[in-house]
Design a protein around this ligand. Structure first.
Ligand SMILES: Cc1cc2nc3c(=O)[nH]c(=O)nc-3n(C[C@H](O)[C@H](O)[C@H](O)COP(=O)(O)OP(=O)(O)OC[C@H]3O[C@@H](n4cnc5c(N)ncnc54)[C@H](O)[C@@H]3O)c2cc1C
Length: 440
C-alpha cells in the first residue's frame, strides 16, 4: 500500500463522518465535503432536514460508535445526554399491548440529532489528516481515461468556482440525494437495481421541557401503527432536560401541527403518557413536520461492473422507514465493516464492501419492510415467511405483556443485536404460544 493516500467523502452527515473515521486508519488525508456550512455548535442544517425530527440511537449503534470513537458515550453523558435502558426505562405499547419491563443491557442514547452529529464531527475533526470542505457541492466524478477507476471528485464551491480534488478512494455519503446511479450511467456503467417499499410516513416532532413526573419517571415510550390505526407516537428524553415527542402517521395519515390537533392525535394513541405531556408540558419548539415516502435499497452488490476507487454508504445505499430508528446504527456498522476490510487491503474493495454491507442490511431491511407489509395498502411481495413472521410477532407482543424475557428477545432483534431468526428459537416459540393463549 502506498504511504500517502487520500480519501474523499462526499457528505458530512452521520454516514460520511463515520466513514471518514474508518478511512482515517488507512489514509493519510481524508477530505470531507458538504454542500452545507458546518456549524460550530450543535445546530440544524439544511442538508439534514430530518435532524429536526426525533432520533433514537439504538443500543447496537451506540456500541458501534463507541468502538469507532472510544469515550463517546461518556462524552455524551457529560453533555447531559440520558443513557436509557430500553427495556427497563421505556414503556413499549406494541400493537396496543404494554410490554412487561425488566432491567437490560440495551442502553440507547437520547439526544437531539444535531447534538450527536456535532459530537461526532468534533471527534472526526480531531483525527490526524482529516479536513472539512463546507459550502461545496460534489458535481461529478473524475476517472482514468478508460473509466475503470475513480480518481477524484469535481467540486462546485458556493462562490461559483469549480475545482477537482484527487483521491485514491471516493465515498458517496450523500444520503437519499445520492447521484451515484446517474454518475454511473454517465460513465457507461449500469445503475443499480432499486427496491422501494412505499409507506408514506409523516413525522411531526415537538420538543417540550421535561419534568420528573412525565412518563411516571420513565425515560421514553413508544406505540406502533397497526392496520386500521395508522398512527403512532414516540417520546424520548434528551439532553438539557428536553423531552421530544414524535407524532407519526403512515400511508398518508398526517399528524396535525396545531396545539388542539396534536392533543387529540396524542389522545388517540395507546400510550396515555403522550397526551399527558402534550397537555401539561411547556413546549420549547414549534411542531415541525417531515414526510418520508419510501424505504429504498440500491443493490450495488448485484452490479457486474463497478469502478475501482469508489464506494457508496449509509442512506445512499439503503434508507429505512425511520420509525424503526435503524439508519445511524446501520451507518456505524458499515463503518466498522469498511475499517475491517481496509485493514486487509483494498483489492476488490467495492465488491467486498457491497457484499458485506448487503449482508448487514438484510436484517434491518427485513424488519422495516416486513413489518410495513402488515398494512394491506403497502405494495410488495408477501411471502409466506413474511405473513407468518408478522402473525407470530403479534402473538409475541400479546405474550410479552406478562413475560419479560420475550420482550427482551424482541428488543434484542429490534436493536440489531440478534438476527430476526433468534425469535424462532424453540424455547421462545413455546413461550409465545403459551403466553398468547393466556393473554388472549
Ligand atoms: C424523519 C426521520 C427520522 C429518523 N430517525 C432516525 C432514528 O431515530 N434513528 C436513526 O438511527 N436514524 C434515523 N433516521 C435516519 C438517519 O437520519 C440517517 O440514517 C442518518 O442521518 C445517515 O444518513 P446519511 O449520512 O447517509 O445521509 P444524510 O443524513 O441525508 O446526509 C447527507 C449529507 O450529504 C450532503 N450532500 C448531499 N448531496 C451532496 C453533494 N452533491 N455534495 C456535497 N454534499 C452533499 C448533505 O448536505 C448532508 O450533509 C431518520 C430519518 C428520518 C428521515
Amino acid at each position: 500500500m502506498p504511504s500517502d493516500r487520500t480519501a474523499v467523502v462526499i457528505g458530512a452527515s452521520m454516514g460520511g463522518l463515520l466513514a471518514a473515521r474508518a478511512l482515517s486508519d488507512t489514509h493519510t488525508r481524508v477530505v470531507v465535503v458538504d454542500r452545507d456550512d458546518l456549524p460550530a455548535q450543535a445546530a440544524d442544517r439544511r442538508g439534514v432536514p430530518q435532524g429536526r425530527q426525533l432520533h433514537v440511537l439504538l443500543s447496537r449503534g451506540r456500541e458501534a460508535m463507541e468502538e469507532l470513537f472510544p469515550g463517546l458515550t461518556r462524552e455524551l453523558r457529560d453533555l447531559t445526554v440520558p443513557m436509557v435502558d430500553l427495556h427497563g426505562q421505556v414503556y413499549w405499547y406494541n400493537d396496543g399491548h404494554l410490554m412487561a419491563q425488566a432491567e437490560s443491557p440495551l442502553i440507547a442514547a437520547g439526544m437531539s440529532r444535531p447534538l450527536l452529529e456535532h459530537a461526532v464531527r468534533g471527534r472526526v475533526a480531531a483525527l490526524p489528516g482529516v479536513e472539512f470542505v463546507p459550502a461545496t457541492e460534489a458535481v461529478g466524478l473524475v476517472t482514468t481515461a478508460d473509466r475503470q477507476r475513480v480518481t477524484g471528485v469535481r467540486l462546485h464551491h458556493r462562490d461559483g468556482t469549480e475545482t477537482a480534488v484527487a483521491a485514491d478512494l471516493v465515498v458517496d455519503a450523500c444520503g437519499r440525494a445520492s447521484r451515484t446511479p446517474v454518475w454511473l450511467t454517465e460513465l457507461g456503467y449500469q445503475a443499480p437495481a432499486e427496491e422501494q417499499v412505499r409507506i408514506d410516513v409523516t413525522y411531526v416532532t415537538r420538543v417540550y421541557r421535561h419534568e420528573p413526573h412525565h412518563l411516571d419517571g420513565m425515560l421514553g415510550t413508544l406505540t406502533n401503527a397497526v392496520p386500521g390505526a395508522p398512527r403512532s407516537g414516540i417520546v424520548a428524553l434528551q439532553e438539557d432536560g428536553r423531552i421530544a415527542v414524535a407524532f407519526n402517521g403512515v400511508l398518508g395519515e398526517q399528524p396535525p401541527t396545531d396545539d388542539e390537533g396534536l392533543l387529540s392525535f396524542a389522545e388517540s394513541l395507546a400510550a396515555p403518557q403522550i397526551a399527558e405531556i402534550v397537555k401539561s408540558a411547556q413546549p420549547l419548539t414549534e411542531p415541525v413536520s417531515m414526510r418520508f415516502p419510501a424505504s429504498r435499497r440500491r443493490r450495488y452488490e448485484r452490479l457486474r461492473r463497478f469502478p475501482a476507487g469508489y464506494l457508496v454508504v449509509a442512506d445512499a445505499l439503503c434508507s429505512f422507514n425511520p420509525i424503526y430508528g435503524q439508519g445511524m446504527t446501520v451507518a456505524a456498522l458499515e463503518a466498522l465493516l469498511l475499517r475491517r476490510l481496509l485493514a486487509a487491503g483494498d483489492a476488490q474493495l467495492s465488491r467486498r464492501f457491497f457484499r458485506g454491507s448487503a449482508r448487514l442490511i438484510d436484517a434491518p431491511w427485513a424488519i422495516a419492510v416486513g413489518t410495513d407489509l402488515r398494512f394491506p395498502e403497502v405494495e410488495g411481495p408477501r411471502s409466506l415467511r413474511v405473513r407468518f413472521v408478522n402473525a407470530y410477532v403479534h402473538r409475541l407482543h400479546v405474550a410479552a405483556t406478562a413475560d419479560a424475557p420475550l420482550g427482551a428477545a424482541f428488543l434484542r432483534v429490534l436493536n440489531l443485536v440478534d438476527p430476526p431468526t433468534a425469535l424462532l428459537a424453540p424455547k421462545t416459540v413455546w413461550r409465545v404460544l403459551r403466553g398468547y393463549r393466556r393473554g388472549r
